[in-house]
Design a protein around this ligand. Structure first.
Ligand code: AMP
Length: 287
C-alpha cells in the first residue's frame, strides 16, 4: 500500500474507521516536518509496534510565540512525503492551520479551547522563556489524538519536558493510549538532530558541538560518583562554547519533575542555548 497524503480531518477519520473495523492497531507520530533521522527513528518504532502508522506534519502556530520562528520554520513537504513512503507510513496527515483551528485565525485562548498543563511543569526549563508554548503543544496533540485515536503515540526524549507533560496529560485526562518515549538520535559528532540545525552557520554548528560534550561530561562525572548538581552545572558551564548564549541548565527528577540539588538515577540534565539566533535544546537522563 502506498502512503496517503491527507489534508482533511474527515478523510483521516474515514480511513481510521475502516482500520478499526479490522481491529488494526494505530500508531501516531506527531511532527512539525522537515523530517530527519530523529523523526525516522520514531516512525520505525511505530512500524514495529503497530499495524498502521500515521505521521502528522503540522507547524503548529499556537505553540510559537510572537517573536519566534513560525514563519521561517523549514517546510519540506515533498521530501517529508518521500521519507514517509520509504518507511512504509500509511497516512501523512498535513492539515492547513485553518483545517485545525478554523478560518479567521481563532488562535488565542480568548477564542479557542486550550489544554493547559499544570503550571509547575510549564514554569521551568523551556516554558520559562516560551510562555504558552506547552499549552499550544498540549492542545494540538490532544486534537491529533482525538482525530487519529491511536493506540500508541511516539515522542522523542529530545523534547524531554514535552514528553513529560504529554505523559501527564494522558494520565490526568484519562486518554486511552500509551505514549512511547524514543531515545535521542545524534550526528556522529554528538549534535542532537533537530529541524532547526539547518539554520546554523558552519561556525555556529562548531559552537553547538559543546552542548552534547558538556552533557557527556556531566554523565561521566555522575558515573564517577559526583552528584552535587552545582558541580555538574559548573562543569557544563566551563565546557559550553563562550559564543553560546545560555538560557538554562537544569537538573530535574524525571519521575516528578521536581528540581534536584543532588543527582540520582533518572535525573534529567537539560539545557537550552542560543547559537546566534538559533535556539537549541538537548538533555541526558543520568543512570
Ligand atoms: P518536531 O518535528 O521537532 O516537533 O519533533 C517531532 C518529534 O520528533 C518529537 O517527539 C521530537 O521529540 C522528536 N525528535 C526530534 N528530534 C529528535 C531526535 N534528534 N531524536 C529523537 N527524537 C527526536
Amino acid at each position: 500500500m502506498s502512503t496517503l497524503l491527507l489534508n482533511k480531518i474527515d478523510d483521516v477519520k474515514s480511513n481510521i474507521k475502516n482500520w478499526k473495523k479490522d481491529n488494526l492497531t494505530i500508531g501516531l507520530v506527531p511532527t512539525m516536518g522537515a523530517l530527519h533521522r530523529g523523526h525516522a527513528s520514531l516512525i520505525k518504532r511505530a512500524k514495529e509496534m503497530c499495524n498502521k502508522v500515521i505521521v502528522s506534519v503540522f507547524v503548529n502556530p499556537i505553540q510559537f510565540g510572537p517573536n519566534e520562528d513560525y514563519d521561517k520554520y523549514p517546510r519540506t513537504m515533498e521530501a517529508d512525503k518521500k521519507i514517509c513512503e520509504e518507511l512504509g507510513v500509511d497516512i501523512v496527515f498535513a492539515p492547513a492551520p485553518s483545517e485545525m483551528y478554523g478560518q479567521g485565525g481563532k488562535l488565542s485562548n480568548n477564542e479557542l479551547t486550550f489544554v493547559c498543563p499544570p503550571y509547575n511543569l510549564t514554569d521551568c526549563l523551556c516554558g520559562k522563556s516560551r510562555i504558552g508554548h506547552f499549552d499550544g503543544v498540549a492542545t494540538v496533540v490532544m486534537k491529533l489524538f482525538n482525530i487519529t485515536t491511536p493506540d500508541f503515540a511516539f515522542f522523542g526524549q529530545k523534547d524531554a519536558q514535552q514528553l513529560f507533560i504529554l505523559k501527564r496529560m494522558v494520565k490526568d485526562l484519562n486518554i486511552n493510549l500509551t505514549i512511547i518515549p524514543c531515545p535521542i538520535v545524534r550526528e556522529d559528532d554528538g549534535l542532537a538532530l533537530s529541524s532547526r540545525n539547518s539554520y546554523l552557520s558552519k561556525e555556529e554548528r562548531t559552537w553547538a558541538l559543546s552542548i552534547s560534550k558538556s552533557l557527556k561530561e556531566i554523565e561521566k562525572l555522575y558515573k564517577q560518583g559526583i552528584t552535587d548538581c552545582s558541580i555538574l552545572f559548573d562543569t557544563a558551564l566551563s565546557i559550553l562554547d563562550k559564543n553560546l548564549e545560555i538560557e538554562y541548565i537544569e537538573f530535574r527528577n524525571f519521575d516528578t519533575f521536581e528540581e534536584v540539588k543532588t543527582a540520582a538515577n533518572n535525573t534529567l540534565a537539560a539545557m537550552a542555548v542560543k547559537a546566534g539566533k538559533t535556539r537549541l535544546i538537548d538533555n541526558i537522563i543520568l543512570v
